[in-house]
Design a protein around this ligand. Structure first.
Ligand code: NI
Length: 424
C-alpha cells in the first residue's frame, strides 16, 4: 500500500511535509519524498488533503461497557457500582460482550484509535470482535479471588490466552482487578504466571482515596508501597489510574519501571481524583492514556481524552506549561505502545502500519499557515470528527468514514436487543 503525497506527517522527528509512506504487508517500509520509482501495484491512497499520524492507543478500557453508556449517571459512586453496574454485570452473557465490544470498536476506529488494552470477562468474545473488525488489542480477563473463585478465573484466563495465541493483532495480559479484590497470594500467583508465560499485567491501582485508606488500615502501607513490598511490581505492570500516589510511591513506580495509565475523564466523572502526571513524568515514570469504560466516561474518544488530559494537569498545578501538547500526544501514541509491548505508536520504518488520516477540510484544523501548530490542533481542538481513513496492520479498515470490515447497522440492531434484555 502507498499513501501518496501526504500533506503533513506526524513523525517522532516532528511534522514532515509532502511525504509518501510505503507499507509492505503489515509494516511501514519507508517514508520518502519521491514516489517516482515506487511500485504502485498495491492500493494507493491520496494523502494530499490529510494530516497523517499514528493511530491512537487506548491503554485502559472495558470495551463491552458501551452497553452501560449513560446508565445510572450522576449517582454517588458506591450506589452507582452496587445498585446499578454490578447487578447488570451479573446478567451479562457472552453475546452481550461480543456485541458491546463491537459497538466499542466501531467508536474507537471512527475516532482514530487503532489499538486498545481491555480488561473484562468472556474475553474470547472480545477476541472474536477484534478478529472480525481488524483492530489491534491487548486483552486480559479480569481476575479477583475475594469470592473464592480465583482459581477458576485464572484457569479460564490461561486457556483463553492459549486458545488465541499466535493470532494476528491480539496479545494477552494477566488482569488482576485491584488490590482490594485480589489477595496477596493470588497476586503473587498471577505474577509468577506472567513470568512463566512472558506476559504483562494490567491492574487498577490507587484509583480512589478509599482504596488508599483501606490499604493503610489493612497493611499499614499505601497501595504502591504494599505491592512493592510483596515483590509484585516490575516493568511488566501496567497500572491504571494512580490518582492517589505520594512522592515515595511515584519513586517506587519509577524504580520498578511500572507504566501508568492516566484516565482523566473517568477520574473526573467518578470524582476519584487527579493523577499526579506532571510529577510522575518528572520522575521518569512512563505514563500513557486511556478512556476507561464507557460507563464512566461516557465515550472512547482518545482525542477528547488528550485535550482533557492536558487541561486537567494545567489547572491542577496552576501551570500552563504542564503536560504540553507535544507530551500529551506521546501519551496517546508511543508511550501506550511501549506500555503494552506493541510495535506501533509512531510513523517510522519498521513499525506496524497503524496509521490514521485526518481530513484537512475541517474547520478545527485550520488555518494551516504554520506546521508547528499542528500538534496543538490535534490535542486542543479535538478533531476526532476529522478522522477519515484508518489503516491497521497495513490493511485499510476505514475509508472516507466507512468501516470496511463490518456491517454497522447489524451491530446497532444487536446492541439494542442486548440492551433491551439487560435493562428491560
Ligand atoms: Ni477501569
Amino acid at each position: 500500500m502507498l499513501i501518496k503525497n501526504a500533506r503533513f506527517v506526524v513523525t517522532p522527528k516532528g511534522i514532515e511535509k509532502n511525504k509518501s509512506i510505503v507499507i509492505e504487508d503489515s509494516i511501514i517500509d519507508s517514508i520518502t519524498s519521491s514516489t517516482a520509482d515506487l511500485d504502485k501495484t498495491g492500493d494507493v491512497i491520496d494523502g494530499s488533503g490529510s494530516i497523517i499520524m499514528p493511530g491512537l492507543i487506548n491503554a485502559h478500557t472495558h470495551a463491552a461497557m458501551t452497553l452501560f453508556r449513560g446508565y445510572g449517571d450522576d449517582t454517588p459512586l458506591h450506589e452507582w457500582l452496587e445498585k446499578k453496574i454490578f447487578p447488570v454485570e451479573e446478567k451479562l452473557k457472552p453475546k452481550d460482550i461480543y456485541w458491546g465490544s463491537l459497538l466499542a470498536i466501531i467508536e474507537m476506529i471512527k475516532s482514530g484509535t487503532t489499538c486498545f488494552n481491555d480488561m473484562y470477562y468472556f474475553m474470547s468474545e472480545v477476541a472474536k470482535a477484534v478478529e472480525k473488525t481488524g483492530i489491534r488489542a491487548v486483552l486480559s480477563r479480569g481476575l479477583m479471588d475475594t469470592d473464592g473463585r480465583g482459581g477458576e478465573r485464572l484457569k479460564e484466563a490461561v486457556s483463553e490466552m492459549k486458545e488465541w495465541s499466535g493470532k494476528p493483532r491480539i496479545e494477552w495480559m494477566f488482569g488482576p482487578h485491584a488490590i482490594y479484590t485480589c489477595s496477596e497470594d493470588f497476586l503473587l500467583r498471577i505474577k509468577d504466571l506472567a513470568e512463566k508465560y512472558d506476559r504483562r499485567i494490567h491492574i487498577h491501582l490507587s484509583e480512589t482515596k478509599k482504596e488508599v485508606k483501606d490499604c493503610l488500615r489493612e497493611h499499614e502501607k499505601r497501595p504502591a508501597e504494599y505491592l512493592d513490598d510483596i515483590g509484585f511490581l516490575s516493568d511488566r505492570v501496567v497500572a491504571a489510574h494512580c490518582c492517589w500516589l505520594n512522592n515515595n510511591e511515584i519513586k517506587i513506580l519509577s524504580r520498578n519501571g511500572v507504566s501508568v495509565v492516566y484516565n482523566p475523564i473517568s477520574n473526573m466523572k467518578l470524582a476519584s481524583g487527579i493523577a499526579p502526571v506532571f510529577e510522575m513524568m518528572k520522575k521518569k515514570v512512563q505514563v500513557c492514556l486511556g478512556t476507561d469504560g464507557a460507563a464512566s466516561n461516557n465515550n472512547l474518544d482518545m482525542f477528547e481524552e488528550m485535550k482533557v488530559a492536558s487541561l486537567l494537569q494545567k489547572i491542577s498545578i496552576k501551570d500552563t506549561t504542564a503536560l504540553k501538547a507535544t507530551d500529551t500526544i506521546m501519551l496517546a501514541t508511543l508511550n501506550g505502545a511501549k506500555a503494552l509491548g506493541v510495535n506501533s505508536g509512531s510513523i517510522e520504518e519498521g513499525k506496524n502500519a497503524d496509521i490514521i488520516l485526518l481530513d484537512l477540510k475541517n474547520p478545527v484544523l485550520r488555518p494551516l499557515h504554520n506546521k508547528e501548530r499542528i500538534i496543538s490542533d490535534l490535542v486542543y481542538s479535538t478533531p476526532s470528527l476529522a478522522v477519515n481513513t484508518v489503516i491497521i496492520d497495513g490493511k485499510l479498515i476505514m475509508q472516507n468514514k466507512k468501516i470496511l470490515t463490518i456491517d454497522e447497522k447489524e451491530i446497532y440492531e444487536k446492541v439494542e436487543e442486548c440492551a433491551r434484555e439487560l435493562f428491560g
